[in-house]
Design a protein around this ligand. Structure first.
Ligand SMILES: NC(=O)c1ccc[n+]([C@@H]2O[C@H](COP(=O)([O-])OP(=O)(O)OC[C@H]3O[C@@H](n4cnc5c(N)ncnc54)[C@H](O)[C@@H]3O)[C@@H](O)[C@H]2O)c1
Length: 392
């Protein structure tokens, strides 16, 4: 169980790029990083595209005015001159800015936690992986949902054969908040998501399903996608060539098959994030509306609800518990677990403990690169008329 105790001498000096006052995701980073105050201390930031708003926001967060920077390039330069300069930076910028910011931060000698989808191309991903290795730094990806410990329960149960052989993988991440086309011009967070220059070659495939694909890989480490077939469409015409809805079929190396539905136009849908793993004997299902529960459904028997915090859960699942049974945990706790795991990885890297690092399960650069490949292959398949394409 996590109780916030320190495992390092002092918190990592932490900065943010983006994630300002109006940002959709910035607060998730801060609640994630600062839940365990012993791990990260926010000391600097280039929070906003708008200099004044960024500065006053940073000051309101408790960052000194001189360390609230107008431009992240200046922040990296100035911080590297300080004895007490930042050691790790989180990048919560629109997609098209991730690559350059990650590269500059690594070059400035920082560990990086970057938003998804990581970059536009897998070549960029491989280049950054090499650079991070050279610089002996960690690049983590903020797949925030993936810190939910019930996913580890699913992983452990499947590894122990609780559902038999995995046959089907059903993934869904949908919502209806893109159904109003006015958002594309009036909502700044939506505007860039439907602009290929900033969003990349996809909208919902990159924005939503990269999370769920990583979560499925966390649950099913033995399953690799061999081939996929993607059909994507834009029900709001002006978004073309980006999609606001997609269906993807997958064939795995084990003979299992899978399906992903991702959408921003699933009207009325609020909690459309589901993972169902079907086996030859039973199924497991997680749904983000009830994130502390996993449904265990053995064929022919009453359905069992597994509840987080309970003694009967696996050791890995219980190790990531924070509040104990009887209390509700959710997304913020999952983010805190992701940030804690990345802090553990940074600590191991700083100490040269590659053996410990190799055993750690957290969203690392390979998870980010895999997300990019997912996007690239979905685009390739759909652009060729929805044909099967090889994943690797
Ligand atoms: N992990 C998750 O669960 C999750 C959730 C939402 C968004 N995201 C990702 O986070 C990223 C940001 O998404 P968002 O919804 O917060 O976007 P947003 O448009 O709401 O916010 C973007 C923020 O970046 C700032 N910004 C833009 N350019 C900047 C620059 N050059 N320098 C400094 N700041 C700059 C803006 O001022 C704003 O504060 C995207 O990559 C998105 O895919 C991830």
């Amino acid at each position: 169980m996590i109780n916030g105790e320190k495992f390092m001498d002092r918190p990592l000096r932490w900065g943010m790029i983006g994630g300002g006052k109006t940002s959709g995701v910035g607060y998730k980073h801060r609640t994630g990083a600062q839940r365990d105050a012993a791990n990260y201390q926010l000391v600097a930031g280039a929070f906003d595209i708008d200099e004044e708003r960024g500065r006053s926001f940073g000051v309101n967060l408790g960052v000194t005015a001189e360390r609230c920077y107008a431009d992240y390039h200046v922040m990296l330069e100035e911080e590297s001159k300080r004895e007490d300069g930042i050691e790790v930076v989180s990048i919560a910028l629109p997609n098209g800015l991730h690559y350059e910011a990650t590269k500059k931060a690594l070059e400035a000698g920082l560990h990086v936690i970057c938003e998804k989808p990581l970059f536009f191309t897998s070549e960029e991903g491989e280049e950054i992986k090499k650079l991070a290795e050279e610089k002996r730094k960690i690049v983590g990806v903020s797949y925030g949902f993936s810190g939910n410990q019930m996913l580890l329960q699913m992983r452990d149960m499947i590894a122990e054969g609780a559902i038999g052989e995995v046959t089907m993988v059903e993934l869904q991440y949908t919502h209806g908040y893109g159904a109003d086309p006015e958002g594309d011009t009036k909502n700044p967070s939506q505007q860039w998501r439907v602009n290929p220059k900033i969003s990349g070659d996809t909208f919902v495939i990159g924005d939503l399903s990269t999370h769920t694909i990583y979560m499925s890989q966390l649950i099913l480490p033995e399953l690799k996608i061999d081939q996929l077939l993607c059909m994507r469409q834009s029900f709001i015409e002006s978004r073309k060539p980006l999609e606001d809805n997609a269906y993807v079929l997958m064939k795995y190396n084990t003979g299992a098959v899978g399906r992903v539905w991702t959408s921003a136009v699933n009207c009325g849908c609020v909690d459309g994030h589901r993972i169902r793993i079907v086996g030859t004997k039973a199924s497991l299902e997680w749904w983000d509306a009830i994130p502390y529960e996993v449904s265990y459904e053995i064929q022919g028997e009453p359905i069992q609800k597994l509840i987080r915090g309970s003694d009967y859960l696996s050791d890995a699942c219980k190790a990531d518990e924070r509040l104990g049974v009887l209390h509700v945990e959710g997304l913020s706790d999952a983010w805190a677990n992701v940030y804690r795991k990345i802090a553990l990885a940074i600590h191991a890297k700083n100490n040269g403990d590659e053996e410990a690092l190799a055993k750690m399960v957290y969203p690392d650069i390979d998870a980010g690169i895999n997300g990019i490949k997912w996007i690239e292959n979905c685009v390739k398949s759909s652009n060729q008329g929805s044909v099967w394409v090889d994943f690797e």
